[in-house]
Ligand binder design. Structure first.
Ligand SMILES: Nc1ncnc2c1ncn2[C@@H]1O[C@H](COP(=O)(O)OP(=O)(O)OP(=O)(O)O)[C@@H](O)[C@H]1O
Ligand SMILES: O=P(O)(O)O[C@H]1[C@H](O)[C@H](O)[C@H](OP(=O)(O)O)[C@@H](OP(=O)(O)O)[C@@H]1O
Ligand SMILES: [Mg+2]
Ligand SMILES: [Mg+2]
Length: 317
């Protein structure tokens, strides 16, 4: 966007609509200052005023829950096709349901990429299903315990991140549909978070749930509830870990996975939670994909975002 005045300096205006939590973790003062030095200005979108009366923006960055916001941003997108919307609401919508979230991964064919990427076997238990039918459905699907039970819808609420592990059949009766049941995959207690920002990929390691052995399966019964593991889990990047567990997934595999998912999902900003099946070198599972995740926890996110925003505007000219 050209500034009025004698020197026609290039300026990038980024309108944003974020929750206060996201604003605090992402729009940190030093990021805002660094961006400003590069001609990038962040402007809050006023939710109490019509969006069409605001701007002009080069880019709109958003993550707000609810249908109302989705309609506002969709309408704006159609009336302002020249503005880059990060990201289109219909594409984001795909990630807000744990069933559709992993569909694209299941359909990928990453042969010749130094490894295999799949999704754990999973089963959807719909809202109207009675919990009493779950053991039967699980057996019918040929799924093995333990199972991770996840709320079907991811709406940004703490509740949508309240997961539990069901160790035995009886505990399945205590579950509250709608949910997705996923086979628990032993992965040595370590998770790879693959952050994507446009074409940039950054991988960090986090501690995760420990392996479940035959012993635990005999001794532990019931439901084990665990709220928000990924946010609470400490970074495992500096830890002294077994290299068989902690070695990063092969770069060509990550590059193909990120590229293919970016295209299939139609998104620029997301992260992928990936685990390596314990005892293997190259068998991986994607267990979660998040839209516009906690980039504040990604090393060097400030520079990565600045380069990304500038590249978006440059590629439009
Ligand atoms: N199928 C699985 N096998 C083993 N562990 C799993 C599985 N699914 C989830 N986990 C563990 O549970 C954690 C939370 O699961 P998941 O990432 O699906 O939840 P989430 O609430 O969407 O997390 P986030 O905060 O990343 O959005 C994972 O980080 C991992 O430690
Ligand atoms: O550890 P990460 O960066 O994955 O944490 C993310 C999390 O994965 C989800 O994307 C959260 O979004 P919601 O699903 O909407 O709750 C992020 O929360 P946010 O409030 O920062 O968007 C976490 O940071
Ligand atoms: Mg996760
Ligand atoms: Mg998630």
């Amino acid at each position: 966007m050209k500034l009025n005045g004698e020197e026609e300096e290039e300026k990038v205006v980024v309108g944003y609509a974020l929750t206060s939590k996201k604003k605090k973790s992402f729009l940190k003062p030093n990021f805002i200052a660094l961006a400003r030095n590069k001609g990038i200005f962040f402007v809050a979108i006023d939710l109490n005023k019509p969006m069409l009366e605001q701007g002009p923006f080069d880019v709109v960055l958003h993550k707000l829950p609810g249908k109302e916001w989705r309609e506002i941003i969709e309408d704006y997108r159609h009336k302002h096709p020249e503005v880059t919307i990060l990201d289109p609401p219909d594409a984001i919508q795909h990630l807000l349901n744990r069933q559709s979230m992993l569909q694209n991964v299941a359909e990928l064919n990453l042969s010749d990429c130094h490894g295999k990427v799949g999704v754990p076997q999973q089963l959807v238990i719909t809202k109207n299903a009675s919990a009493s039918t779950i053991p039967y459905e699980v057996t019918k699907a040929g799924m093995k315990l333990p199972l991770v039970a996840k709320p079907l819808v991811v709406d940004g609420s703490a509740k949508s991140h309240e997961l539990c592990i069901a160790y035995d059949e009886l505990s399945l009766l205590k579950l509250e549909p709608p949910l997705v049941l996923q086979e628990f995959v032993n992965h040595g207690g370590l998770l790879f978070k693959i952050y994507i920002v446009g074409e940039t990929i950054k991988v960090v390691r986090r501690f995760s749930l420990p392996n479940v052995g035959k012993h635990e399966l005999l001794d532990v019964d019931g439901l084990f509830r665990f709220p928000r593991v990924s946010c609470a889990a400490a970074s495992a990047d500096e830890a002294d870990l077994d290299p068989n567990i902690a070695e990063h997934p092969p770069k060509p595999l990550l590059e193909r996975l990120a590229r293919d998912l970016r295209r299939r999902l139609g998104l620029h900003l997301f992260n992928i939670d990936m685990i390596r099946e314990h005892g293997t070198k190259d068998v991986f599972y994607v267990i979660d994909i998040n839209y516009f995740p906690g980039y504040g926890k990604m090393p060097e996110y400030e520079q990565i975002f600045i380069d990304f925003l500038l590249s978006l505007v440059k590629n439009k000219v």
